[in-house]
Design a protein around this ligand. Structure first.
Ligand SMILES: [Zn+2]
Ligand SMILES: [Zn+2]
Length: 286
């Protein structure tokens, strides 16, 4: 099997999990699922898969060129080098994900994943077809440069994404000591929440050690239930509007910029510095 088809090959497992979770929620009267939200997630997954397949056609030769002509190390194939590749990719994923929240250009693509106000397995499908344009593939380029074969790089990138499907659920409670090492549903629920105490925390892919190491870890607290969604809501179930609304806003702010410095800030500054956000709700005085 060509490794690029890994996620599609796992689709039956993912769909079974979604069906089980939807049934589980219905039995308990929990409104974790919404039909229009789930259909929108499914459409976004198909668009993302299409864009991804197309992108690999262009990106793999770039990885191959770097690997063939500029690789740093001669790594013997085997479990040790696979483990090293997994660790290196998960480390780079942490920085890709952190940059995706702190750089508006990357946030324009990543915000799609965060734009649902619900959290369930189908939320994992909610991805942007614009990732290749935003430059996600650049973050894995150092792996080819280090000396990992391009097909293995793609395989590990997709394995990491496949693992992350399972952390998108409200049906799994906290998992004790596992949360010291691995990204878990509880850790990722906090990542998807827009409560101020949870924003820009828990960027982990598979291992949460990077968040603990670089000071971005937060626990999910019972006293602060997660509110899902983005600070700037999309309010649409149309997958194209969901995909492009942040890019449209970015372009509008770019056109409005009067100086080069302002334009650079719009493109590469933190989203909250230039994004026009709805006014904070006025609190009644006691
Ligand atoms: Zn995120
Ligand atoms: Zn997520």
């Amino acid at each position: 099997m060509n490794v690029e088809w890994l996620l599609l090959a796992l689709a039956p497992v993912f769909l079974l999990c979604v069906a089980w979770e939807a049934w589980w929620c219905q039995r308990r009267g929990l409104a974790y699922y919404g039909l229009r939200d789930t259909l929108c997630n499914a459409a976004l997954a198909l668009l993302h898969q299409g864009a991804d397949k197309l992108a690999w056609v262009f990106v793999l030769p770039v990885y191959a060129w770097v690997y063939q002509h500029h690789r740093l190390l001669e790594l013997a194939p085997g479990w040790a080098s696979f483990l090293l590749l997994f660790l290196a990719q998960d480390f780079l994923y942490y920085w890709f994900h952190r940059a995706s929240h702190r750089v508006r250009w990357l946030w324009a693509a990543h915000s799609v994943h965060h734009s649902s106000t619900r959290m369930n397995f189908s939320t994992a499908f909610r991805q942007s077809l614009m990732y290749p344009v935003a430059g996600m593939w650049l973050f894995w380029l150092p792996l080819a440069w280090l000396g990992f074969p391009p097909q293995q790089v793609v395989g590990v990138v997709l394995l990491n994404l496949a693992f992350q499907f399972f952390v998108h659920t409200q049906t799994v409670p906290r998992l004790g000591w596992l949360e010291k090492v691995f990204n878990t549903p509880s850790i990722h629920r906090a990542h998807h929440a827009c409560n101020p105490c949870y924003i820009d925390r828990n960027y982990a892919g598979v291992l949460v050690i990077w968040d603990r190491l670089f000071g971005t870890y937060v626990d999910e607290c019972d006293s602060e239930p997660c509110r899902y969604g983005t600070v700037t809501p999309v309010n649409s179930y149309n997958p194209l509007i969901v995909t492009f609304h942040a890019w449209r806003a970015l372009l509008q702010d770019l056109i409005r910029a009067r100086r080069l410095g302002e334009a650079v800030q719009v493109l590469f500054g933190p989203p909250e510095a230039t994004e026009r956000r709805p006014p904070a709700p006025v609190r009644d005085r006691p």
